[in-house]
Every structure is written in structure tokens, then in C-alpha cells.
Design a protein around this ligand. Structure first.
Ligand code: FAD
Length: 402
């Protein structure tokens, strides 16, 4: 056992805060460091530009950590159906929660609601959260020392990088990264439409990228429009009226006219995968370890599973009086999660390639494929259950519903 038993989580976003909650619940001494102050106040009626489609596995994690009720109360919109169709053909696939035996396919939630609920829980659990940034680290045989921007130094048995796509921890630990620039940008916004969303998530695939409408609790929809960087720039600069018109047409008027749009933001899209998730006394979780294309809304869900898996590995090591920062202990986490994440990344790249192609033969094949899968109930059920986070090698926290 290391003389230092605690864990330092670098980054208090959704994934880092979830990990800290899970460790604190298991009695592991943990602290969080993040330069961003806690987002406690939010102007009335505005929507966070970052909105997530949470799977059932993510809901189970939040439920087991005692934060789901606060998230639900803050605004978690269940979606009961999903429709996906090809703009260049007749291919269409629909999913209905009733066919899966679940009450809904998932929930759409704003990031600020999740973080607000997690921070309140961290406060209740007595977890210290420092408003500071990691600037250096030094690994010794029995501990790791973090250096913060304030000059403070913290020694712990394990340091976790949950510091997002441009992870400082990853760089400081010398962990390499495989990067693929999708040469696409996602434009997000909250829009009001002429027709109600009917608790249905919809996605229209165009050769330049998909346009998704995700239902929000207040009747609006959160859109994610993946397109070329040039088109994204134009969309960001447009007057609101022109932007609404562009979204209306791109979505084929499926929900009638788009009447208003706010919280417009753009995110360049890159697939990143860390070559290692662990080093002695260091582990990466969430976007620090991987970022994927948002077309199936799986990014944060994978990160939450990382957090639950790492918490389980650390907890089990402590239960056997083993050092949680030891490389052998951490390797178990890496073997578990790297394979699962890679599988999802490959699936997303396959979809992107298939729907991005203008080749007539491929276009025909994908439209036919969509129609066939739509009629093949057992195949559809397997796909839906995987996307809903009901299948796969799930950590305990993602299974047990209190
Ligand atoms: C357009 C778009 C749409 C998306 N839609 C979905 C969706 O529908 N569903 C889904 O599951 N995922 C979605 N994602 C992915 C999702 O946004 C990410 O997977 C998720 O935010 C990752 O969370 P995280 O906590 O790992 O990282 P982040 O949210 O990036 O948090 C990292 C934290 O680390 C802190 N930090 C950074 N540097 C330091 C430092 N040096 N020291 C200390 N702290 C530091 C930051 O302040 C931040 O709080 C989408 C992504 C994009 C781009």
C-alpha cells in the first residue's frame, strides 16, 4: 500500500465529478481540482449549449450515486422514439421504447444540470473542490505529486486526468494520442419549432453530415448540425432569422418552421484516442482518453462508464489492501475500457463513412439497409439495447438501480 491513499481528480466536468462522487461514496479520500468555478447561477430561460443524450447506463450511474432525482428535477427530457432517415433516398429507421421493454430510449439533459447536481452531491459528501489548474506532475514509486497554478503541491496515490480533450495530464504523462480530424464542425443551438417534438429524437443524414433534433423539457429542441467548417462559420455568423430558415430547410420541415434559435456554438470534430489510458499512478477518463463523433451522442456516456469502471477497480484494490495507484491495478481498468471504447469509435466511423458517401451504389445499399433493419425487429432490438447502454461489459454502478 502507498503511504498516500488518496486520489486527485484533475477536471470537474461531468466525468471527473462523477468519478469523485463514486470514489467518495466508496470511502476513498478524493479531491477535485478545476480552474472553472462551479456554475451555480444560470440566466432564466437560457439553455446550455452542451446538451447530452444520456443512456440508461448513465442514468443508473447517477441514480446509484444519489443524483438522478436532482437531474430529473432540473430538467431531464425522456425521449420515447427515435427516427433516423437519409436525406438522399427513402431509407428510414425508427426505434420505439415500447419495443425495447423500457419506458424511454434515454434522456436529454443540459450539461449544467448534471454538473450542478454532481457538485451539490460532492459538497454533501464533503469532497474538496479547488478552483485551480494542474500545471505539473512528478511520479515517484509510492506517490504522485501534482503542482497547481497557485503553487500548491498535492501528493496522492493516484492522479486521474478528467481534464477533457486537451488534457494536460495526458501531455505531462507523455501519453501519445491518435488523432483523426473529421474536417467537420458541429453547430449546436436550442430552437423552438412550429410543431411539437413529441418526445422524439430525430436525425437526418446529409452527405455533409447529420442534423439532429433532441427534445428538451420546455418544448424546445437542442440541435446538433454537423457540417463543413466553412458552412459552420456561415451558420454562426447568420442573423437569427436566416439561421432559422437554414435549419428549417436542412431538416426538410419535419417539425414545421424553426421559429427561434439561441445558445449557438460550434465545436470542431476530431476523433482522439490516447495510446494508453494508464501509467504508474496516473489514469485518464472521459474526453482526456477519447473523443468520438457526436452522431450517436455517446461521448459523455462512454466517459461516465470509464468513471464507474475506474472507481470499481480502485475500490476493489483497496478492499484487498492493494495500492490503487499501482500499474497492475490500473491496467485492469485500461483493458476493460479501451476495448469497449474502441468498439464504439469504430462503429461511429463506419456510420460516418456510410452516410457521408455520395456513391450511387453505396447510397442505394445504405437506403436498402436502413429499410431492411427497420423491418427486422430482432436486429433492431440488439442495436437499440447497445445504444441505450443496456448491453456490454457494464460496471456495477451502471447496472444496479436503487
Ligand atoms: C457538438 C457536440 C455534441 C455532443 N453531444 C453529446 C451527446 O449528445 N451525448 C454525449 O454523450 N456526448 C456528447 N458529446 C461529447 C461530450 O461533450 C463530451 O464527451 C463530454 O463533455 C466529456 O466530459 P469530460 O468531463 O470528460 O470533459 P469536459 O467536459 O471537457 O471537462 C473537462 C474539465 O477539465 C477542466 N480542466 C481542463 N484543464 C484543466 C487543468 N489543467 N487542471 C484542472 N482542470 C482542468 C475543465 O475546466 C473542465 O471542467 C458531444 C460533443 C460535442 C462536441
Amino acid at each position: 500500500m502507498s503511504a498516500w491513499s488518496g486520489v486527485l481528480v484533475v477536471g470537474g466536468g461531468c466525468v471527473g465529478s462523477t468519478l469523485a462522487c463514486a470514489l467518495a461514496e466508496a470511502g476513498v479520500p478524493v479531491q477535485v481540482v478545476d480552474p472553472q468555478p462551479a456554475p451555480r447561477d444560470w440566466p432564466e430561460g437560457t439553455v446550455d449549449a452542451r446538451v447530452y443524450a444520456l443512456t440508461h447506463a448513465s442514468r443508473a450511474i447517477f441514480s446509484n450515486l444519489g443524483v438522478w432525482e436532482a437531474i430529473r428535477a432540473g430538467g431531464a427530457c425522456p425521449y420515447e422514439r427515435m427516427e433516423v432517415w437519409d436525406a438522399e433516398g427513402t431509407g428510414h429507421i425508427g426505434f420505439d421504447a415500447a419495443e425495447t421493454g423500457e419506458c424511454c430510449l434515454g434522456h436529454i439533459v443540459e450539461q449544467r444540470v448534471i454538473i450542478g447536481a454532481l457538485l451539490a452531491r460532492l459538497d454533501a459528501l464533503g469532497v474538496e473542490r479547488r478552483t485551480d489548474a494542474l500545471v505539473g506532475l512528478q511520479v515517484a514509486p509510492d506517490h504522485v505529486e501534482a503542482r497547481l497554478a497557485s503553487g500548491e503541491r498535492i501528493r496522492v496515490a493516484l492522479l486521474v486526468g478528467a481534464d477533457g480533450a486537451r488534457s494536460r495530464v495526458r501531455d505531462l504523462a507523455g501519453i501519445g494520442l491518435d488523432v483523426l480530424d473529421y474536417e467537420q464542425t458541429a453547430v449546436v443551438a436550442a430552437v423552438r419549432t412550429e410543431r411539437p417534438h413529441e418526445h422524439t429524437a430525430r436525425q437526418r443524414f446529409m452527405p455533409t453530415g447529420p442534423l439532429a433534433f433532441l427534445p428538451l423539457c420546455d418544448g424546445r429542441s437542442s440541435i446538433v448540425w454537423t457540417t463543413t467548417p466553412e458552412a459552420a462559420e456561415d451558420l454562426l455568423e447568420m442573423e437569427e432569422g436566416a439561421f432559422c430558415e437554414a435549419v428549417t430547410e436542412a431538416f426538410g420541415r419535419r417539425l414545421g418552421r424553426v421559429l427561434s434559435a439561441e445558445s449557438r456554438a460550434a465545436f470542431p470534430l476530431r476523433r482522439r484516442h490516447a495510446r494508453h489510458y494508464v501509467r504508474p499512478r496516473i489514469a485518464l477518463v472521459g474526453d482526456a482518453a477519447h473523443t468520438i463523433h457526436p452522431l450517436a451522442g455517446q461521448g459523455v456516456n462512454l466517459g461516465l462508464l470509464d468513471a464507474a469502471a475506474l472507481a470499481q477497480v480502485v475500490q476493489e484494490a483497496r478492499g484487498r489492501l492493494r495500492d490503487p495507484g499501482q500499474y497492475l491495478t490500473l491496467r485492469r481498468y485500461e483493458r476493460w475500457r479501451r476495448g469497449e471504447n474502441l468498439l464504439m469509435m469504430r462503429a461511429m466511423d463506419g456510420f460516418r463513412w456510410l452516410f457521408g458517401s455520395r456513391q450511387p451504389l453505396l447510397r442505394e445499399a445504405r437506403n436498402l439497409g436502413l429499410r431492411l433493419v427497420d423491418r427486422a425487429a430482432p436486429v433492431k432490438l440488439v442495436l437499440a439495447r447497445r445504444a441505450m447502454g443496456l448491453e456490454g461489459d457494464l460496471p456495477q454502478l451502471a447496472r444496479l438501480l436503487r
